[in-house]
Design a protein. Structure first.
Length: 741
């Protein structure tokens, strides 16, 4: 065996907690080692601090593969038999680090190692194990049924993203845990980078803000950022309009078939609170992203988690709670927490039947508004009690549809459409369901380039707005449909109206920016609106993507890199700030920045990361995005002088494009990238032929882009491009170097 000189991690922890940065560095190396082992089909099954050694050079070695096994053996029934006749921990691992599935004798896979890594990370930061007890039975019970104490209890300097990593790594259900060591590695790397850049220190600039009330009186008070730091940290300032974030309500009885109720309550309370004067209500799509990275569907948040989410959202208050559904009876418990102080502002508990669920939700809104000293006159009460639907069955279908729509996968889109249609069948005047169906069709039409679906989406969204003119999200979606239909002027007018009505609507600002640059080529106006979108909602992933592209084409490469890096972090965290549309393409944007700098190896690495992401994704944009990334890989290899590799990627791009055309899908954006492929080859006639559609449908943008795109530098002055009409005065081409630098 290899001799490894160094100190066991358990001995190092025995001297006290390890600084956060060092803890993340160690966890990164463990995750990287597990990624290698898992890639060979080997799981360790006994990751613990005493099986990790730190060399004098601070390298981490993973020891003792004595319990390791190949994933293919033993068989599941053999594994269960082993667990049934062996004392827990004696064969399958060490008790305090064992995952719930190891304790219960269930089938164990590589995710058990990721749970144990979470235990080790917690142990390093806190100086103690997350699951403790006076006996082996106590410890096992805590692992199976209790959440570990918040890490902030032991280390105030832990940033919210590290807390989120720990929560996800220590999920009791493997399906809700990290699914790969590489996924864990990426989140740890992002957290380490933010810590190094000083962002974490800014988030944790500390002053007291008053008493914090928690159910555990022994819990220490979390320290909150100072007001001077709040603009940087995302914590709300005292001045300005008060805002509230409605979190998904917890399914207390735990029946998975009732998970839709928590989503439905949050959707309804969000819509009704918007009718209260003097209150800004944060969009559900923005909140959904945050919750998805904190807890699983149907799971509740404790007070600390709720406050943490509120901080990230810059909310003044968070409204959350739970529900119990037994037979025909339901109990809803709602409570409001003031984010700055942690004070419990109000609690409302209501009982009734499922048929009364709408009245119960209305009463929650009215009582909460009154407790917050907000004006609730007769007109507000009338607006709040104006029902979205009277059918509980339609309400259930709508709530389930929204849950699927926000999952953003291809199959989830189809499920959402079916459920929306069912809700409308039950209640033909259900405006929210009609708008939801229109949004689903609009997204599907965009992803699959099917104009007929877009026409259906426009019809549905117009109908929803006609029934309920105050639905700004429906108007924004309608504008997207109009843009896809070629009515850019109509889309811009509609979006400008929405922005005037709701100046803090990040989605509307982002969509208006998209309309400006795609429909009109008004790039400066677009950048202004996109920057406003990310200022309002830092999770506006697609706004960052667009900014990265526009900055890059304008040769503002440092700004482009920052925007692309922000988009990359959001993509890795599965966040977007946009309903039903997770970020995809962020690594490709970052790769393009490297490409324009002549850093081709770095560009190729990012493009490959994007391909890996797309290959493992069910994202509806996957097929389109793969064509773009293969083209970009071909261009990068060509710039390096490796024409053989370039042709491999070019061939893949063209094969995927042909398959897309054969399926009936065609769009100007993919055509532009195919044209770029031929331009890099120097085939001007072919490049010009594929530009017919982009020039016809996105003329101003395409001409502006051709004037700035380095990959058309060789061909755009040739005869084939004589009719394009590029103004030489606008040309501002970046010329990448021919070698890495």
């Amino acid at each position: 065996m290899e001799y490894v000189e160094g100190e066991l991690l358990s001995a190092r922890i025995g001297r006290g907690p390890i600084p956060l940065g060092d803890s993340l560095d160690i966890a990164l190396q463990v995750a990287d080692a597990l990624d290698e082992a898992h890639g060979h089909g080997i799981i360790h099954r006994d990751i613990k601090s005493s099986n990790l050694i730190l060399t004098p050079r601070q390298l981490v070695k993973v020891l003792d593969f004595g319990l390791a096994k190949f994933l293919s053996a033993p068989k599941p029934d053999e594994l269960r038999t082993l667990a049934g006749v062996t004392t827990p921990g004696a064969v399958l691992g060490t008790l305090s680090y064992m995952s719930p599935e190891q304790l219960t004798g269930a089938v164990v896979d590589h995710r058990a190692d990721l749970f144990a890594t979470g235990v080790v990370l917690y142990e390093m930061i806190a100086g103690r194990l997350p699951f403790t007890g006076n006996s082996m039975t106590d410890i096992a019970d805590h692992i199976l049924h209790q959440e570990p104490e918040a890490i902030a209890r032991y280390n105030y300097g832990v940033s919210p993203d590290v807390e989120a990593i720990l929560r996800k790594a220590l999920e009791k259900q493997p399906d809700f845990r990290y699914q790969s060591a590489r996924e864990l590695y990426i989140d740890l790397a992002n957290a380490r980078r933010r810590l190094s850049s000083g962002d974490a220190a800014q988030r944790r600039s500390m002053v007291w803000r008053g008493p914090i009330e928690f159910s555990d009186p022994a819990a220490p008070m979390p320290l909150l950022p100072s007001r001077a730091d709040s603009a940087l940290s995302g914590v709300p300032v005292v001045d300005g309009q008060r805002s509230i974030a409605v979190l998904t309500f917890a399914n207390i009885t735990g029946n998975p078939s009732d998970d839709w109720i928590g989503q439905g309550i949050a959707e309804t309370l969000t819509a009704d609170l918007k009718k209260v004067k003097g209150l800004a209500v944060l969009p559900r799509e923005q909140i959904f992203d945050q919750l998805r990275n904190v807890t699983a569907v149907g799971h509740g948040l404790d007070e600390r988690q709720a406050i943490d989410v509120g901080r990230r959202l810059s909310a003044w208050w968070v409204l959350t709670g739970g529900y119990q559904h037994l037979g025909d009876r339901i109990r809803i418990t709602a409570y409001v927490i003031e984010v700055l102080s942690g004070r419990l502002a109000d609690t409302v508990k209501l009982d009734g039947t499922m048929e009364q669920i709408f009245e119960l939700q209305d009463e929650v809104v009215i009582e909460i508004a009154k407790s917050l000293d907000l004006s609730v006159g007769s007109s507000e009460v009338a607006a709040i009690t104006e029902g979205e639907t009277k059918s509980v069955e339609a309400y259930e279908s709508y709530s389930r549809a929204m849950l699927n729509l926000r999952l953003a996968g291809r199959e989830s889109f189809e499920r959402a459409i079916t459920l929306f249609e069912r809700a409308i069948e039950l209640d033909p005047g259900y405006a929210e369901a009609i708008a939801g169906l229109g949004a689903a069709y609009q997204l599907k039409a965009s992803f699959l380039s099917l104009p007929a679906l877009n026409a259906v989406a426009i019809m549905l969204l117009r109908k929803a707005v006609e029934i309920k003119p105050t639905m700004m999200e429906a108007k924004t979606r309608l504008a997207m449909g109009l843009m896809a239909d070629g009515d850019t002027d109509g889309a811009i007018q509609l979006l400008e109206d929405v922005v005037r009505e709701q100046p803090d609507n990040a989605m509307a600002h982002g969509t208006l920016g998209r309309a400006y640059w795609m429909g009109k080529g008004r790039v400066d106006d677009a950048i202004r609106e996109l920057e406003e979108s990310v200022a309002i909602n830092p999770e506006s992933g697609y706004a960052y993507l667009q900014l990265a592209l526009l900055y890059a084409l304008l040769n503002r490469l440092d700004e482009a890199e920052r925007a692309a890096s922000s988009a990359t972090e959001l993509q890795e965290q599965a966040m977007s700030g946009t309903q039903g549309l997770l970020v995809v393409g962020a690594h490709a944007r970052l790769g393009y920045v490297h490409y324009l700098r002549g850093q081709y190896d770095a560009a190729i690495a990012e493009y490959r990361r994007e391909l890996d992401f797309l290959s493992a994704s069910d994202h509806a944009l996957r097929d389109r995005a793969i064509i773009e990334v293969e083209q970009k890989l071909g261009a990068a290899h060509s710039r390096k002088g490796d024409e053989d590799a370039a042709e491999v990627h070019n061939r893949r791009a063209l094969e995927a494009f042909s398959a897309r055309l054969a399926s009936g899908a065609d769009d100007p954006f993919t055509r532009y990238y195919v044209a770029t492929l031929f331009a890099v080859r120097g085939d001007a006639p072919a490049a010009r032929r594929h530009l017919d559609r982009p020039l016809a449908e996105l003329g101003p943008l395409t001409r502006w882009r051709l004037a700035h795109d380095a990959d058309f530098e060789v061909v755009r002055g040739l005869e084939a491009f004589a009719d394009v009409g590029i103004d030489p005065a606008t040309e501002r081409t970046i010329s990448p170097a021919t070698t890495d630098r």
